[in-house]
Write a protein that binds this ligand. Structure first.
Ligand code: MN
Length: 270
C-alpha cells in the first residue's frame, strides 16, 4: 500500500489518467491524496469528478478555490466567469451527486505528520487549530441550506487573523487562507495579488511557509495552488502544483519515500 499526493488536476482528466498509469495506481491497494482544485479551466471536470466519486474509497481530497467556485456556480450563488469550463459538469445527470460529494470534502486533512491543504496555513495556527477550523467550515457546507453560507465567504476582508473575529469574518479568512494563500505581508496580512515566482516576489512579502514563527513547522505540509512556484520539495513543505492546466505537468509525490512522479499535460485537456 502506498499513499500518493497529487497536485492540482483542474479538469485535466487525460493527464490524471496518465499519472495514475505512471504510479501504477491500484484500487484497493493505493490511496490518493488530492490537493484540491479538482475541477475548472481544464476540459474534463466532469470526468475527473466522476472518477473521484467512483473511487472515493481510495481518495482523500481537500477543497480548493476552484472547487468552491464550482459549488457557488452550481448552487447559483454567483455567475460563471468567461474562463470557467464547468457547464458540462453542471448540466450532467449525476451533477447533484457529484457536487454533494465535493461539498462534503474538508479544507484540511492530517495523517502521519502530513498535513494536506490546498493553498496554505496561517503562521498562528497549530495543526490542531487547522483541523478544528476545517471542521467548522465543513459543518456549514454540509448543512441542507448552505447557500447563504457560500455567498458569505466572498471577499478579501479580513486579511489578518485574530482570535476575536465574528463568525462570518472567521469563516472568510479561514477559507481564504486554506484555499488562496500564497504570500503574507510583513505585518502578517494575506496578500491577494502576488501570484508570480518566488524569486520575483516584492521584498515586503514573504511566502506563507517561510514565516519565521509558523507553528506548523514540525509537520510536513503538502499543498498546491501556487503554480508559479513550481515543484518545491523540502523537509517541511511539498508544493506540488506544477501547472497542469497551464500546459506544464501533473505531479505526484509518494509519501513514504518522497519520490516524485510527473507527466506532461495531455493536450486534449486544455
Ligand atoms: Mn487553487
Amino acid at each position: 500500500m502506498a499513499i500518493y499526493a497529487i497536485g492540482d488536476i483542474q479538469g485535466c482528466y487525460h493527464s490524471f489518467l496518465a499519472l495514475l498509469k505512471k504510479i501504477k495506481f491500484k484500487r484497493g491497494r493505493d490511496q490518493l491524496w488530492l490537493v484540491g482544485d479538482l475541477i475548472n479551466r481544464g476540459k474534463g471536470s466532469l470526468q475527473v469528478l466522476r472518477w473521484c466519486y467512483k473511487n472515493r474509497s481510495s481518495v482523500t481530497a481537500v477543497l480548493g478555490n476552484h472547487d468552491l467556485h464550482g459549488l457557488a456556480i452550481k448552487y447559483k450563488v454567483i455567475e460563471p466567469d468567461d474562463e470557467d469550463t464547468l457547464s458540462h459538469l453542471i448540466k450532467a445527470k449525476d451533477s447533484d451527486l457529484l457536487f454533494k460529494w465535493l461539498r462534503s470534502l474538508p479544507l484540511a486533512h492530517y495523517e502521519k505528520k502530513h498535513l494536506l491543504v490546498h493553498a496554505g496555513i496561517l503562521p498562528q495556527w497549530t495543526v490542531k487549530d487547522v483541523l478544528k477550523l476545517s471542521k467548522e467550515i465543513s459543518t456549514q457546507l454540509r448543512r441542507k441550506k448552505f447557500e447563504d453560507f457560500l455567498s458569505s465567504i466572498y471577499g478579501n476582508k479580513p486579511n489578518k487573523w485574530s482570535s476575536t473575529l465574528n463568525k462570518n469574518d472567521k469563516a472568510r479568512i479561514v477559507i481564504n487562507a486554506m484555499t488562496r494563500l500564497r504570500a503574507l505581508s510583513s505585518a502578517g496580512a494575506i496578500d491577494f495579488t502576488y501570484k508570480g515566482e518566488l524569486k520575483n516576489m516584492p521584498k515586503k512579502l514573504k511566502a506563507w511557509f517561510d514565516h519565521p514563527q509558523r507553528k506548523t513547522k514540525d509537520n510536513i505540509i503538502i499543498f498546491g495552488h501556487w503554480s508559479a512556484l513550481g515543484l518545491v520539495t523540502r523537509g517541511d513543505i511539498f508544493a506540488i502544483d506544477t501547472g497542469c492546466v497551464w500546459g506544464r505537468a501533473l505531479t505526484a509525490i509518494r509519501l513514504d519515500d518522497k519520490l516524485i512522479f510527473s507527466v506532461k499535460t495531455n493536450s486534449k485537456d486544455i
